[in-house]
Write a protein that binds this ligand. Sequence first.
Ligand code: HPA
Length: 263
Amino acid sequence: MSLPDYISEIKSYLVTAGFDEQINSAVILGSGLGSFGEHIQNAITIPYGHIPSFPQSTVEGHSGSLIFGTIDGNTVLAFSGRFHHYEGHSFKKTVLPVQLAKSFGVHKLIISNAAGGINLNFSVGNLMVIDNIIRQNMMISEPSPKTWKYNLYEYADRVFDIAGELDIPVKRGTYLYVKGPNYETKAEIKAFRYMGGDAVGMSTAPELMEAAKLGVRAAAVSLITNAAAGVTDQKLDHAEVKEAADLKKEEFARLVKGLIDKL
Ligand code: HPA
């Protein structure tokens, strides 16, 4: 499977800036989870705006920089800020982090996101291992082939076990992808619950699909930052997402480090 030409141009730029040619693991950091970057040692941090052909991330809570460094001896590439389709990026661009990770030979990709809890047994602050996805908008098939060569959720069981070994309580469930950018209506969330969705969010599904297509071993984890619309009487806003992410950032970091080490 060949990668777009701009991926090799981006890689050359980054290698000249000091990134290794081959990198062990990559992490895509969801809304409010960018502080994970502080755990990376010997870090080289490059703002997205400096990288040729790189789209800009415009969402509050995503700082928009690429970090290369090490965690416990493993080389790591961290995307602090991702590209959402709702920001106007084509699906082809939303999966750029996965393609770039592939070009560096990454063999563990950890995808994270902030999500709304649909499952009534979930609470704000829960971590959920994604073991299935539902795409509310099937348009997102754009970057993917008709069939996937690899199982999308092949590693979910392993992620669940690793969390257990680390004594980190996690849920597991189905991530329901919506295009956004607006939050859902109460009726939509009720319908999504009947459909089998456990958490709802505006990212991750295209990235997981691209990873499956390219044969990059990928695991995805949601942080439940709010109850989805209608689950409680509370109004949804982005500040709540950041607040919940902030409270859980240490546990999230411990899980991601464990995955880098053991997946
Ligand atoms: N809906 C969609 N996306 C989200 C939510 C939500 O409730 N919370 C965080 N991302």
